[in-house]
Design a protein around this ligand. Structure first.
Ligand code: S3P
Length: 429
């Protein structure tokens, strides 16, 4: 009988890895980054920074970034290829916008279907010239300027990528930039700025909105940055332990940022036996160990106001829901349509193939759990989406490898060690 057992240190957090590289490039002096996630997405950011004249070298297990200061990017000699990475594209478009250089951004097929105007419309308003060659999509050409205007931005869509792009741009804008987000999203950029002693003001304003105020341009000294484990990657093995009988795993050194671990509350509400123990703080983020064991799960309703905090975990929560007693309803998943794949479609199509009663109603997902074992091979379509491929790899452990995932290479986008870690934690006794 297969079960998940033992303990493991999960790879570094993807969101923080991108930000650690970008902010180190914009500081002055040498920054040593440890536990950087060496995934395809993060390497896209790293290579683009190199194209922009930043020296970055590997030194044993860490990376050394030689910062050029804010406004220190040089005009690249070739197009900046973001591959599959939305975070690279959005954050780097923001980063170059306040530098007097011209850049062309390109991406793979999936990224070239994802909106860029959600960021560029704000940058155009303050003086950047942007040419989106296909309406809303990559390739795009941006002519940045040192003279962008310090204005107020109202962000209506819940997106940490939009917010972070504007914060990073504002680091080299003269005067006060205000960024208002009506729905709070992950706050790693803000935390890292504080860790780097960059003075920004954050306050709650009316209707639960948050206002971030910057007064640039900034000059700051780089610092060593240690990156904690990625909670979104840990989520796969947490759900694995919850659904596979007799399992118990401990995932160590996980970042416990409240905007990232809402899935734990949700899984606990479903009856999941999960314990979280804070052990330390690194670089402005709480860090700790998470233990999860096999549990009898029940269906619940997840309200729409949670969606910004669960955005990357819905695929694996859907896997948990497929094994729960009763119906799980996840509301307000609109943004899930615009990820690496249309994740509502990817989840529905694949769970249906396994025989689960699942349907979408106006961007809400309804899943009726059912303990079934497939007895012949079922083809799972990942749509090149890493989180879909990993979520169904977890469900596959219940089906004795009968789920045949068409593309597992895409897992390298966010978690190259996933298969190694899966095999390490899986016991067959
Ligand atoms: C990310 C933000 C999220 C998330 C993505 C990483 C980030 O996207 O889905 O995997 O690092 O800022 P949005 O907040 O833009 O939806």
């Amino acid at each position: 009988m297969l079960k998940f057992k033992g303990s493991l240190k999960i790879s570094g957090d993807k969101s923080v890895s991108h930000r650690a590289l970008i902010l180190s490039a914009m500081g002055t002096g040498k920054a040593k980054i440890t536990n950087l996630l060496e995934s395809e997405d993060v390497m896209r950011t790293l290579n683009i920074l190199k194209e922009l004249g930043i020296k970055i070298v590997k030194d044993d297990d860490s990376w050394i970034v030689y910062g050029n200061g804010t406004g220190g990017f040089l005009e690249p000699k070739k197009s900046l290829n973001c591959g599959n990475s939305g975070t690279t594209a959005r954050l780097m478009i923001g980063a170059v916008s306040s530098n007097p250089i011209n850049c062309t951004f390109i991406g793979d097929e999936s990224l070239s279907r994802r909106s860029m105007s959600r960021v560029t419309k704000h940058l155009e308003k303050i003086g950047a010239t942007v040419h989106l060659t296909r309406k809303d999509y990559l390739p795009l050409i941006i002519n940045g300027s040192e003279k962008l205007l310090p204005l107020m931005h109202n962000i209506q869509k819940p997106s940490a990528q939009i917010k972070s792009a504007l914060i990073i741009a504002a680091l080299n804008i003269h005067g006060k930039t205000k960024i208002i987000e009506s729905i709070a999203t992950r706050d790693h950029t803000e935390r890292l700025l504080k860790f780097l002693n960059i003075k920004i003001k954050i306050k709650k304003i009316k209707n639960k909105a948050t206002q971030i105020e910057l007064n640039g341009p900034y000059e700051f000294k780089s610092k060593s940055i240690d990156i904690a484990g990625d909670p979104s990657s840990a989520a796969f093995f947490i759900v694995g332990a919850l659904i596979l009988p007799e399992s118990r795993v401990t995932l160590k050194n996980i970042m416990l940022n409240p905007s990232r671990i809402a899935f734990i509350k949700i899984l606990k509400k479903m009856g999941g036996k999960i314990k979280v123990k804070k052990t330390k703080q690194i670089c402005g983020e709480d860090v700790g160990n998470i233990t999860a064991e096999y549990s009898k799960l029940k269906g619940i309703t997840i309200p729409a106001n949670q969606s910004a905090y669960l955005i990357d975990e819905y695929p694996v929560i859907s896997v948990a829901a497929s094994q729960a007693k009763g119906r799980t309803i996840m509301k307000g998943l609109d943004e899930l349509r615009y990820k690496e794949s249309d994740r509502i479609k990817s989840i529905v199509l694949n769970l249906k193939k396994i025989g689960i009663d699942v349907h979408e109603v106006n961007n809400n997902l309804h899943i009726l759990g059912k303990k079934i074992k497939v007895n012949k091979d079922v083809k799972i379509k990942s749509f090149g989406d890493h989180r879909i491929a990993m979520s169904f790899s977890i469900l596959n452990t219940l089906h004795y490898n009968k789920l045949k995932i068409d593309d597992k290479k895409c897992i390298n986008i966010s978690y190259p060690d996933f298969t190694k870690h899966l095999n390490f934690l899986l016991q067959n006794k």
